[in-house]
Design a protein around this ligand. Structure first.
Ligand code: BG6
Length: 486
């Protein structure tokens, strides 16, 4: 077993996983915990599943095994699984706080030395506060940290109330509000790229950058999530959360140190500088057929697509539009940040040379786990005369020998929370400000426009970015980083 020295928590952990039989737990949390435990990242760990389901520990183990078989990105090793399975226990919510407390204490007694508690609340916002109260009543606040899942409220007032109620039980330093986009390797690579190199930061501003696109189209439909999604919609599900967090990494000033307070401070400054979202610069869409899906109101006004123009009113970014787009059942699944540079005066090139014909130079980040980066530029076409073509320099994480070391976003963030490291988590202040800038849109949303499944959204998206154009679909595909398939 590989012991990941220096990156794990110093203490053994008892994980109370509330919402243990839910979708996120199945897809990400149980496979992620299996990897962290069996990969030797945690000195000792026991996991207590908690949910409304009346099942026992054995049934929970079977559930976990099925989840791993279906969703783990790595092969499940039988020996490691056997050890992991023994660390799983289950308490039904109906059993009450005392039974939960007894289960946690029993788990602690089985772990070597001193241990810490981590409560993962993978439940909808309406259930989050009762889970917090349960933990309080069970006396499980001490030596513990709590990971909260989004959405953190549904508007400014509910977010402020949620924070106030949370603070009655847990102190801010115990709370880890998870936004899994920040746990993605390439999101952290934005910080490395910007601040570990002398080349890019001097041009990272309004003098050189024309506009930015953060574009996360998804091909996925909603499946069993319609109940959640009807109340949430694309803006609350993706923009006020993931896309704003990525925007903050992209736009923030250099932090004074790579530590939580400095990073949160700079991110929050970006949020404070954001102009309130103007509904006139928002396109809301809904795919044709959504209203006929199970659990959806036949007259639903929920958007399954959103495109937003954001402005950051500070010295670095004044006048540079940030276009954010995301939606379900779109033409392609992509997660990109695309930075378009200002174009030079092209006077010396003859008419028809092709300069500028393929848009401005771009720096593009792909936010997939195995991330990629590309810098496009004009170069001379070989041969006589001066014809110009667009080329690109590309880097893929596959080019390093460490692609196997990438932790999935949830794994990385769970490990950070166990270590008490808030760097990649969001703060109460940041969350409240992102809701505050959202209020004009939430109060007066433009009507939803229908779009065909498999398209890029309603037609009006083109007006939103004019005179620019959406970068996706790419004119040229990414270079295949692994052409031999090996
Ligand atoms: C989740 C949203 O937070 O992020 C989903 O609730 C979305 O609607 C998902 O599909 C996208 O995450 P990823 O990691 O697959 O890009």
């Amino acid at each position: 077993m590989r012991i990941a020295a220096g990156v794990g928590p110093g203490f053994a952990q008892v994980v109370v996983l509330v919402g243990a039989t839910g979708d996120l737990s199945r897809r990400k949390l149980l496979p992620g915990l299996y990897h962290l435990v069996s990969g030797g990242f945690i000195p000792g760990c026991r996991i207590i599943g908690v949910s409304l389901d009346a099942i026992d520990a054995e049934q929970f183990r079977a559930f976990a095994r099925e989840a791993l078989d279906q969703f783990s990105s790595r092969t499940v090793d039988e020996e490691r699984w056997a050890t992991f399975a023994k660390a799983l226990d289950y308490v039904s919510l109906a059993a009450g706080p005392q039974v939960l407390k007894a289960a946690v204490e029993a788990a602690e007694a089985m772990l070597p030395g001193e241990s810490r508690r981590i409560h993962y609340l993978s439940v909808p916002p309406s259930a989050a506060l009762s889970a917090v109260r349960l933990l309080g009543e069970a006396g499980l606040v001490e030596r513990s940290r709590v990971i909260m899942e989004k959405p953190f409220g549904t508007d400014l007032a509910s977010a402020a109330l949620l924070n106030a109620r949370l603070h009655e039980v847990f102190s801010e330093d115990q709370i880890f509000r998870i936004d899994h986009f920040l746990g993605k390797e390439p999101a952290q690579n934005i910080l490395a790229f910007r601040f570990a190199n002398g080349l890019f930061e001097p041009i990272w501003n309004r003098n050189f950058i024309d506009h930015v696109q953060i574009d996360v189209p998804e091909t996925l439909a909603l499946g069993k999530r319609t109940g959640f999604y009807e109340q949430t919609g694309a803006y609350r599900d993706m923009v006020v959360t993931h896309l704003f967090q990525i925007l903050a990494f992209m736009a923030m000033e250099p932090p004074t140190a790579l530590e939580p307070r400095s990073i949160s401070e700079e991110k929050n400054k970006v949020f404070r500088s954001m102009l309130p979202i103007d509904p006139n610069f928002v396109v809301r869409g809904q795919y044709v057929g959504y209203r006929a899906e199970e659990g959806v109101d036949p007259e639903s006004d929920t958007e399954t697509f959103i495109a937003v123009k954001c402005l950051i009113d500070n010295w670095r970014w004044a006048g540079v539009p940030f276009y954010l787009r995301t939606g379900k059942r779109l033409a392609e699944g992509q997660r990109i940040i695309s930075i378009a540079f200002r174009e030079p005066p092209k006077s010396m090139f003859p008419v028809g040379s092709g300069v500028g014909a393929q848009g401005p130079d771009h720096l593009t980040f792909d936010l997939a786990d195995a991330s990629k980066m590309s810098l496009s530029f004009y170069g001379k076409r070989p041969g006589p005369g001066m014809r110009l073509d667009k080329h690109s320099l590309q880097f893929a994480m596959h080019d390093t020998e460490r692609i196997g070391d990438v932790l999935e976003a949830y794994e990385r963030l769970i490990l950070d929370a166990m270590r008490g490291d808030h760097t990649l988590f969001t703060t109460a202040e940041g969350i409240e400000r992102t809701w505050e800038v959202s209020m004009p849109l939430l109060e007066a949303p433009p009507p939803v426009r229908l779009y065909a499944p498999g398209s890029w959204g309603p037609k009006s998206i083109h007006q939103l970015v004019a005179p620019h154009a959406w970068r996706l679909p790419f004119e040229r595909a990414w270079r295949d980083p692994n052409p031999a398939g090996g």
